[in-house]
Ligand binder design. Structure first.
Ligand SMILES: [Zn+2]
Length: 279
């Protein structure tokens, strides 16, 4: 069997979690590369008072990336501001200030992209019901992230509510407005709605649970695979484990061959993030 890279498009690691044990699970199952996404500030005990505090979050992600690379894993970093941050920050300040702070957090992440320490930004809007004010504010933050990504020539990962055709069109509108390339916008935690994604140009990061990947392959290999592993010892089983993407890939290669997975794990992420993925 031809050996191909195996990449998890959205994974978090925490030094207080299983950390390198989780990485070893990934590697021993056949995983070779990860897109490491910064954790929401509050989950790693960082209190955001001012924009500079985001540096602590991002520096922590880079420290983790370095340790993972030492395990022989290819690591690409995505940094940003988790959309649920808006609900935390609003407890202590007016919405206008919250929006400014979150935009500045993204600007701060952009500095890491400029220095080639990260390949993309993370933004989005809450996955739970919020007021119209917070919803509109979140859309403004997404817009800011996309303008920034276009200027920096990097990718953007979006965390949003459940995927619907309407939602894809709303995101497509923001993409058009900002001039960002839709191919470089990854909807993280996506269902296998491959055709719908193709129609809008956005890229799906398929959450690799149950038969999602098989379903996606019925249409095409225009997707990447992810677990959204959160590495939180207090929430075991809250999301998929680090073995999922390599195990599923290896199992499905027996049925579909390596060709679609060469696209999924190499060609697609290389195009999205403009990176090189080699074994
Ligand atoms: Zn995540």
């Amino acid at each position: 069997m031809q050996s191909i890279p195996i990449l998890d498009n959205h994974i978090h690691l925490d030094r207080r979690g299983r950390f390198l044990d989780a990485v070893r699970d990934f590697v021993n199952s056949g995983g070779t590369h990860i897109v490491l996404v910064s954790k929401p500030s509050w989950t790693i005990g960082i209190n955001i008072i001012q924009a500079e505090d985001y540096k602590k979050v991002f520096d922590e992600t880079l420290t983790i990336a370095k340790a993972v690379r030492e395990q022989g894993v290819g690591v690409f970093v995505v940094l940003g501001v988790h959309p649920a941050e808006i609900s935390k920050l609003i407890e202590h300040r007016p919405l206008e200030e919250v929006v400014d702070l979150m935009k500045q957090g993204l600007d701060c992440a952009g500095k890491y992209v400029e220095k080639q320490l990260a390949v993309g930004l993370k933004s989005g809007r809450p996955h739970y019901p919020v007021s119209k004010e917070i919803w509109d504010a979140s859309n403004h933050i997404i817009e800011h992230a996309m303008i920034l990504s276009r200027e920096l020539d990097c990718a953007v990962q979006l965390h949003t509510e459940d995927t619907t055709i309407r939602m894809l069109h709303e995101l497509q509108d923001i993409v058009k407005k900002t001039g960002m390339s839709p191919q470089r916008v990854v909807k993280h935690y996506a269902p296998p709605m491959i055709k719908e994604f193709e129609n809008t140009g956005l890229f799906p990061g398929i959450i690799s649970s149950k038969h999602a990947v098989e379903e996606a392959l019925q249409t095409s290999a225009r997707f990447v695979m992810e677990t959204d592993y959160i590495d939180d010892l207090k929430r075991p089983g809250a999301v998929l484990g680090p073995k999922t993407v390599p195990k599923k890939t290896k199992k499905l290669i027996e049925v579909y061959g390596t060709e679609p997975f060469y696209k999924v794990h190499k060609e697609n992420p290389e195009k999205i993030y403009q990176i090189e993925i080699n074994l």
